[in-house]
Unconditional design. Structure first.
Length: 688
């Protein structure tokens, strides 16, 4: 449905063409044929001038004469004069509001309005395509020549208005395709034509998307408090001083809360967060060029704002070098129209008038020159158990699922579920009318899909540090470390399987109020050159960021004696470990069954070296009583290679078969565990 103002525009465009065109131009024929086409008679203006144009051109063969075109021009100009007082419609008023915000001239607005009406009004699009079809060879496009003709401008003037440094182009409102010269507008500009007047004439409110509020709180990011608080101060200062070029990069695995952190930060600062470059209004994926366009436009619209932040979520393709395609660690770039030059991206970062928050999963494919232009970079790792428990508690309460604090903490211990997974599983359980069991079932299915790692076990239920036979009293060592308050120390726990090495590390961490971050050899070893060293470095960094007690299980594969090394990487991974052990500021422990295989230089770096051994008879007595509730037979006390792990295994086995009170069977099971072990000397490792 055409508005009166759009009918006025059509008549004005027709009159301008009649002025600019030569009677021999193919567009002159197209102009007259379009006006005299009976299908166009319903249009206001065209309908009233139809008889006059028909009478003037009734003897037209192929090309109009000069006099015929001149007479058509007079009719059209007369009709324009009659429509001069037609009031602007809502779209035109919004364009005027946009012009004020972007310092656009009257000519700029005319060009922008033509492009907008062409994109959103089928009648105007069909009129222009029909008239200029011969020149454009049936392609649908609006080029510089057509714009100059429709607006009665010189081609040079249009070219100047669409120069790379002009307001229309630099603001991101308009782009020109380098291949075919097609001029186009940023897709979200079409929002100005919406019939809804809830935003009135305010074009900025229509063009920008406000990010929804987060369900998380500032305290939910306590595990990254150092970086979190620094970003808060940095952004607050940038807004207060209207500083330009402030860019914050948030990176880390999917689901660690990068986007949610941005929302929480904006709420904390009391400012508006605008999300840019995710998808167009039809929900289709945007090209790299379109996202750059929206970034420029948002930067221009928020240039004078002191209470706004820009969020580019998951913008890997905008920050990567070229297309971002990677095969076997190599990136392949493209010079297609979808991407801009490196210099262009540098300027986009350096000149940003509003603080911009970028989120990305993997920074390995991002050009280093872009990364160094970031004001601050923060890695978001999976939240700690207490933070996850708080998130679970909030979600369970929100959806009215009956649960207590222990249920929330149990979910946090069992799953490293991110806030998104927690919200999804809890919402699904609520819809299904289920309780805490339905939540657990849901998060289990989602966790498998996203490879959600189950966190390491806590201290075993029946763990007793007095049952550890070691060269150093484990209880006194733990007491000393806790009382000293010193966090920078390393610990090597060496001994046969089952003697309690990993359990003691978890016990020590619990005594110190730290969460354990346990890494197995399989987590760290890589098939790629330099991959293991990178994984070792990342583990230390993650422990530092999350304030965790780092434990490397079965570390002999990582700390193998360099005297026997045959490959260069066998030396480099030990060197990497030594470097990080020197600078790491938090507790670090290694466990190994083969202490005699460790590199001697590595052993010297450990502050504490503890060898664990098989249980003494008195410890066997206590262990049997602890696990089974009655005194052991003499035969068990004579076993020389029992460990706490053996008692834990037999306890589980006897409970399953329902014979945990059968003394004879328990004795046979313990003997079987001992018989299954290879013969080895009692004095091993550091005792040898």
């Amino acid at each position: 449905m055409l508005s009166n103002y759009e009918r006025k525009l059509i008549t004005t465009y027709l009159a301008n063409m009649a002025v600019k065109l030569n009677h021999r131009d193919s567009e002159a024929v197209g102009l007259i044929k379009w006006i005299t086409d009976r299908d166009n008679r319903h249009l206001h203006g065209v309908k009233t001038i139809f008889p006059h144009i028909v009478s003037i051109t009734r003897f037209l063969d192929d090309t109009p004469t000069k006099d015929q075109l001149r007479m058509v021009r007079k009719v059209l100009q007369s009709e324009c004069a009659a429509l001069k007082s037609t009031e602007c419609d809502l779209t035109a008023k919004r364009l005027q509001n946009l012009a004020q915000a972007n310092c656009l001239s009257t000519t700029d607005v005319d060009i922008l309005e033509l492009l907008l009406r062409y994109s959103t009004q089928p009648v105007i699009e069909r009129m222009i395509d029909d008239i200029f079809r011969e020149r454009t060879r049936y392609s649908v496009m609006l080029n510089l020549y057509a714009i100059a003709t429709l607006l009665d401008l010189s081609p040079g003037d249009v070219q100047r208005r669409l120069h790379s440094d002009s307001p229309l182009i630099s603001s991101g409102l308009v782009t020109i395709d380098r291949d075919d010269g097609e001029v186009d507008i940023v897709s979200r500009l079409c929002r100005l034509t919406t019939d809804s007047d809830h935003s009135g004439f305010d074009a900025i409110r229509l063009l920008l998307d406000v990010a929804p509020e987060s369900e998380l709180e500032w305290e939910d990011f306590e595990h990254i408090s150092k970086g979190r608080d620094h970003i808060e101060r940095l952004i607050a200062g940038a807004l207060q001083n209207s500083a330009s070029g402030v860019n914050i990069l948030l990176y880390g695995p999917p689901g660690t809360g990068k986007t949610e952190f941005c929302k929480v930060l904006a709420k904390r600062l009391g400012v508006t967060l605008y999300s840019v470059g995710e998808s167009d209004d039809e929900g289709d994926e945007m090209t790299r060029r379109e996202r750059q366009q929206e970034l420029r436009l948002t930067q221009r619209l928020l240039a004078k704002s002191r209470n706004s932040l820009i969020l580019f979520d998951e913008m890997d393709d905008l920050l990567t070098n070229g297309t971002g395609l990677r095969f076997f660690g190599m990136s392949f770039s493209s010079n297609s129209q979808n991407g801009g030059s490196k210099v262009y991206m540098h300027q986009l970062l350096e000149r940003s008038p509003a603080p911009t928050l970028w989120t990305i999963n993997d920074t390995s494919s991002v050009d280093r020159s872009l990364l160094r232009r970031m004001s601050y970079a923060l890695e978001l790792s999976p939240p700690s158990t207490p933070v996850r428990a708080r998130i679970w508690k909030t979600q369970l309460e929100r959806y009215g699922i009956e649960a207590d604090a222990e249920d929330a903490f149990a979910l946090a211990r069992e799953f490293t579920a991110t806030p998104g997974i927690a919200a999804g599983a809890t919402a699904a359980a609520s819809i299904a009318g289920g309780g805490i069991d339905a939540v657990r079932t849901g998060v289990q299915s989602l966790s498998r899909l996203v490879s959600c790692e189950v966190p390491p076990e806590g201290v075993p239920k029946l763990f007793d540090p007095t049952l550890i036979q070691a060269t150093t009293c484990p209880v006194k060592l733990a007491d000393s470390l806790v009382n000293s308050g010193v966090l920078k120390f390393s610990l090597c726990l060496q001994g046969p399987p089952g003697t309690g090495k990993s359990a003691y590390a978890r016990y020590l961490a619990e005594r110190m109020g730290l969460e354990v971050m346990q890494k197995r050899t399989s987590d760290l070893l890589s098939a790629w050159v330099g991959g293991t060293e990178k994984n070792i470095a990342d583990a230390f960094k993650e422990a530092q960021n999350t304030n965790s007690f780092l434990v490397f299980d079965e570390a002999d594969s990582l700390l193998y004696d360099r005297k026997f090394a045959q490959k260069s990487w066998e030396v480099s991974q030990v060197n990497e470990m030594l470097t990080w052990m020197e600078v790491h500021q938090l507790p670090f422990a290694c466990t190994t069954n083969f202490g005699e295989h460790l590199d001697s230089a590595t052993l010297r770096r450990f502050v504490f070296k503890v060898t664990l051994d098989y249980l003494k008879p008195e410890q066997i007595r206590v262990a049997f009583q602890t696990y089974f509730g009655f005194a052991p037979p003499e035969r068990v006390l004579n076993l020389t290679n029992l460990t706490p792990g053996d008692f834990a295994v037999v306890h589980r086995k006897s409970t399953i078969v329902g014979q945990s009170d059968d003394q004879e069977l328990l004795t046979e099971m313990l003997c079987a565990e001992c018989d299954a072990k290879p013969d080895r000397a009692r004095s091993i490792g550091f005792l040898a």
